[in-house]
Design a protein around this ligand. Sequence first.
Ligand SMILES: NC(=O)c1ccc[n+]([C@@H]2O[C@H](COP(=O)([O-])OP(=O)(O)OC[C@H]3O[C@@H](n4cnc5c(N)ncnc54)[C@H](O)[C@@H]3O)[C@@H](O)[C@H]2O)c1
Length: 258
Amino acid sequence: MSYQTGVGQLTAVVTGAASPRGIGYATAEKYAREGWAVAILDINAEGVEDAVAKLQADYDVPVVGAVVNVTDRDSVLASVDVIAESGLPPVGALANVAGIASPVPFLEVDLDLWHKVIDVNLTGTFLMSQAYLPQMISNGYGRIVNMSSVSAQQGGGVFSKTPYSAAKAGILGLTRSLAREMAEHGITVNAVSPGVVDTDIRAGATDEENEARLAAAVPLRRQATPQDIAALFVWLSSEDAGYITGGTHNINGGAYIA
Ligand SMILES: NC(=O)c1ccc[n+]([C@@H]2O[C@H](COP(=O)([O-])OP(=O)(O)OC[C@H]3O[C@@H](n4cnc5c(N)ncnc54)[C@H](O)[C@@H]3O)[C@@H](O)[C@H]2O)c1
């Protein structure tokens, strides 16, 4: 099965897609299940190889991988060439999922840590979007979905303090402004803002008791799965979602209702 838009089959590019228990891999898998061709981008070379092999074994869609550091413009631009030369269909969707968090309290945040967290989350989203938009504009189909967090809206939690909240809030501003600029091309730009998701990003930052407390604080009484979040990314990339742009799409089990 292939997902056919008005301009034919397209490729979905997913950053941060190499973590096997992460939201990026779940998103790549959901795109593949829906019939999109998929490009797996991540800084983790071994993870990229494994993720590509797994998707190729499980789904009958074209899949390619590229080792990319989203904070490095040359690395990002090289991924555009890798995908173009791989023979995959044109890129129609970009899921900016790559991110890092930091549990360091504000008074202990040094400038290196500040830049690192801002760079991976916010600058990476900027560089990736700028690199992939020209082909979306010329192909006549484009969806950008950016990963924010409830930390942007209500402040950080146990594993995600001030630099992370600032970066994820920056992504909301980037999303709104870019949505306005790209509207004349029919390209939508949205942000997804999850609450707590059961992945490895907070490894070491919480214990079992804390995990249970986090789940109990959610009105729907569980943390999100990566698949919960993936479904929203892929739907926002569909033709059906073509009139939705500039939005912050909360997905948190009712933990933050705004
Ligand atoms: N897990 C949560 O509770 C939660 C909640 C809200 C938002 N998020 C966001 O979801 C996204 C995915 O997180 P996750 O929970 O799946 O964590 P994860 O750690 O499993 O995945 C993050 C991925 O990003 C990759 N990455 C890190 N730096 C990179 C770089 N410079 N270039 C390219 N790739 C890089 C990592 O290798 C990894 O595969 C992040 O942006 C995170 O901030 C997570």
